[in-house]
Design a protein around this ligand. Structure first.
Ligand SMILES: Cc1cc2nc3c(=O)[nH]c(=O)nc-3n(C[C@H](O)[C@H](O)[C@H](O)COP(=O)(O)O)c2cc1C
Length: 332
């Protein structure tokens, strides 16, 4: 009997494959398919700071007035003309997901600065979210802002969200930190229970016919999973936070490598959009077969066994490996 359960954010999940925040988790028609395919948890699409700041003031006041329960708030919201705004619809989505699914429902907040919008962390929990994933996606364009300033702002935001909720809090990061290990220590102190590595950055393109800068969203490929693999391998053993790997998880081998490096879960979005929710079943079947072949009984047994702290030569995760690799070209 192969035990696929994994501990993540204090939950015992039935499998280490989590449906990452994307349109695949925002479509109620796909929820049962994700659960039936074996997802350990689901992260709903993000509710954005911008969405809340621009649309939600009335609802926010309503949700705060006289009730701590989202269900009760629902019953008197129709008195308000503009209840059908993005943030309200989002709370409804969370409530529906929680009612329909047995696996944990993680709600996602996406923003970069502290402010009134942060109260939505507890509105999401009132609506049924069992954990919050805070996505710190940012593009710091102002050269007057130092890395230290930016990191301080992020940590203040994490503290502010932490103060709103009692459920577990994960923080989703972009890959570009000078000293990621140190920043993750800061996140722990600010109250984060997990880190999700990494955001896949929106990278604009230039249309050579029109010279317009064009937004482009490509789905990922497997090779992109090596960036989260590298940092998860380094962080495992150096943090008390749960670790989630996201980007480039398309098949069983991508997910398994992240787990071996030290991830508690592997999250997947592009593969679900490219194939179907049932892709999760294909990934899990592959992992199960690999474990049987190698005599592993449980995910816990293999998690982190190839992390930097557990390999014979930790230099494979370090600069030394880069130097050796360049020297050995083209012999490998
Ligand atoms: C169409 C699309 C929408 C996404 N929306 C969100 C979102 O709302 N919040 C979020 O944190 N991540 C969002 N993501 C990022 C995914 O959760 C994931 O981290 C990223 O796509 C990398 O994983 P993948 O290689 O499996 O796609 C989105 C990705 C895609 C492709």
């Amino acid at each position: 009997m192969i035990d696929l359960t994994t501990r993540y954010l204090g939950f015992t999940l039935r499998s280490p494959i989590v449906a990452s925040s994307s349109p695949a988790t925002g479509d109620p028609a796909l929820w049962e398919r994700l659960e039936n395919a074996g997802a350990g948890a689901i992260v709903l699409p993000s509710l954005f700071e911008e969405q809340i700041e621009h649309e939600a003031f009335t609802i926010d006041a309503t949700l705060d007035a006289g009730t701590n329960s989202f269900g009760e708030a629902l019953s008197y919201l129709p008195e308000y003309d503009d209840y059908d705004t993005g943030p309200f619809r989002h709370l409804t989505l969370v409530e529906q997901a929680r009612n329909r699914l047995t696996i944990p429902v993680i709600a996602s907040l996406n923003g970069t600065t502290t402010g009134g919008w942060v109260r939505y962390a507890h509105h999401l929990v009132d609506a049924g979210a069992q954990a919050i994933e805070l996505n710190l996606y940012d593009v710091v364009v102002d050269p007057m802002h130092s890395a230290a300033d930016v990191e301080r702002r992020y940590l203040e935001l994490v503290q502010a969200v932490r103060a709103e909720i009692k459920v577990p809090l994960a923080v989703k990061l972009s890959p570009w930190f000078t000293a990621l290990g140190n920043f993750v220590r800061g996140l722990e102190q600010a109250g984060a229970d997990g880190v999700v590595l990494f955001n896949r950055l929106y990278q604009p393109d230039i249309d050579l016919a029109t010279l317009d800068v064009t937004p482009r969203l490509h789905l990922s490929t497997s090779s992109e999973s090596r960036l989260p693999l590298h940092w998860i391998g380094i962080l495992r053993g150096n943090t008390t936070c749960s670790l989630a790997g996201t980007t480039g998880v398309h098949d069983g081998s991508d997910a398994l490598k992240l787990l071996l490096a030290g991830a508690d879960v592997a999250m997947t979005a592009s593969a679900l959009l490219r194939h179907a929710p049932e892709r999760i079943g294909v990934i899990l079947e592959w992992i199960r077969d690999w474990m049987i072949e190698r005599d592993y009984d449980s995910i816990e047994q293999l998690k982190g066994s190839v992390s930097r702290g557990n390999v014979a030569d930790p230099a494979v995760y370090e600069r030394a490996n880069y130097y050796q690799m360049l020297q050995s070209w083209p012999h490998h």
